[in-house]
Design a protein around this ligand. Structure first.
Ligand SMILES: [Zn+2]
Length: 431
């Protein structure tokens, strides 16, 4: 991804740097060659040359780009399980994923960690974004997910004679687990997404208290993935599934819904981050009836929501790390609504806005393993910067409104927001 070669000075803004430190009122941010060269008070800011471009933040907020830590570029308007896989071909999924990537960037998400991808779309999407062919977040890719036979994602009855070829590897035992990971290694992805547990979405046989993989299978996934420097995460709701994942050496926990003391201890022992993705549960409860979700499913989502809130709060209060991401791409939880997760964590979970911003920026970059490059506004880091027309700390829901973005920058290059060029020159014509 190209970076700016100019000097840019952003002034008249309140700087929230993503570390959790208190905001700098009337701050200045200077960008040189795509990287942050100064962040601090206006009084102490060094002089910049006459030719430097200046951006007035209009008294709003200057902050790091957001990191969507559970992004599904390939999910689109899912209302039923069929929509996840068998309804659409890879061609259509690929096209829509590029639309979702652009939308995420326009919403202020300058980076994203995938929570699972149909086919091998993520890998190629990432390549197109990195080569500036498609605007989108800096992506940590995943590929087809892994679930044991009969588990949450293996929902087609046998008589249909179809698997979930685009979405999951259905495995039986450790050999299959290794085989699936090896296929992902060859596909070039960075994250292996698994299904240790079920979900409220499947109340009959794979609900949120059931296990969908054995410890041995999960262990085989981790050993194989780590050998090739891939990271492993998993959909973990049931308590025992969370513990299995942590004991097997998972690098991240998705949801972490029903944590007991022992699970929390295991999580803190290795400081494993957790991405609760909770607004999805609330949206399922609020809008589920409109989409025809059965009452039993909605009740399950309520139990998941209550358990998830409690666990998330405990993790953060005990010194653990939370990433902000949200399973967007469902009918009731569409792409573009990403920042609702942040508002939810302030209003419904009771975290401080600065805590939530740190989760959504620094922790997101840490989960991606790229916190030395971005995630905070600090000297030497890539200038992935948002300028927001509004006080984000006073009202975090400002981030839900795309029209409030004055600038969305990656590496100092203006990519979206009011100041962005609506007709950027295509990269291949520039050369
Ligand atoms: Zn997901």
């Amino acid at each position: 991804m190209r970076t700016s070669t100019e000097t840019t000075l952003i002034h008249n803004g309140c700087i929230v740097d993503g570390t959790g430190e208190k905001p700098i009122i009337n701050g200045v941010l200077i960008i040189e060659d795509g990287k942050i060269a100064y962040v601090g008070s206006a009084q102490e800011a060094p002089q910049v040359s006459e030719s430097a471009s200046r951006i007035d933040a209009l008294g709003g907020t200057v902050m790091p780009g957001l990191v969507e830590a559970h992004f599904h570029a390939t999910y689109f308007n899912i209302a039923a399980l069929e929509d996840l896989d068998i309804k659409y071909p890879v061609e259509y999924v690929s096209l829509l994923s590029s639309v979702n990537a652009r939308l995420a960037l326009e919403c202020g998400y300058t980076a994203a960690r995938s929570g699972g991808s149909l086919f091998n779309v993520d890998f190629w999407l990432k390549k197109a974004i990195e080569e500036d062919m498609i605007p989108g977040p800096r992506l940590a890719s995943s590929g087809r997910e892994i679930c044991s036979a009969g588990g949450l994602m293996d929902w087609n009855p046998e008589f249909r004679k179809i698997g979930m070829e685009g979405l999951v590897f259905i495995i039986n035992g450790q050999e299959d687990a290794r085989k699936a990971v090896r296929a992902l290694v060859k596909d070039g992805v960075e994250w292996v997404k698994t299904y240790p547990t079920g979900d409220a979405a499947s109340p009959d046989i794979n609900d949120h208290h059931t296990l969908c993989m054995t410890f041995e299978e999960m262990n085989a996934v981790v050993k194989t993935a780590h050998n090739h420097n891939l990271k492993v995460t998993g959909h973990c709701r049931a308590t025992e599934g969370i513990k299995n994942a942590l004991r097997a050496g998972y690098d991240c926990i998705e949801h972490g819904t029903f944590m007991d003391d022992e699970a929390l201890e295991l999580l803190l022992e290795r400081d494993v981050p957790c991405v609760p993705a909770l607004y999805f549960e609330k949206a399922s409860i609020l809008l589920g009836p409109k989409f025809g979700l059965p009452q039993q499913v909605i009740d399950g989502h309520q139990e998941t929501l209550d358990g998830g809130i409690e666990s998330a709060r405990r993790i953060l209060r005990a010194g653990g790390r939370l990433g902000m991401g949200g399973d967007y791409g469902f009918g009731w939880n569409p792409h573009g609504d990403y920042a609702r997760e942040l508002t939810f964590f302030v209003n419904d979970v009771g975290l401080e806005p600065l805590e939530v911003i740190t989760c959504a920026t620094r922790t997101g970059a840490e989960i991606m393993g790229r916190d030395d490059e971005f995630g905070t506004l600090e000297n030497g880091k890539l200038a992935d910067v948002l300028i927001v027309d509004g006080d984000v700390v006073a009202d975090i829901s400002v981030l839900e409104d795309r029209s409030k973005f004055i600038a969305v920058m990656q590496g100092g290059v203006m990519k979206a927001g009011r100041l962005a060029d609506p007709f950027p020159t295509a990269v291949n014509r520039e050369q």
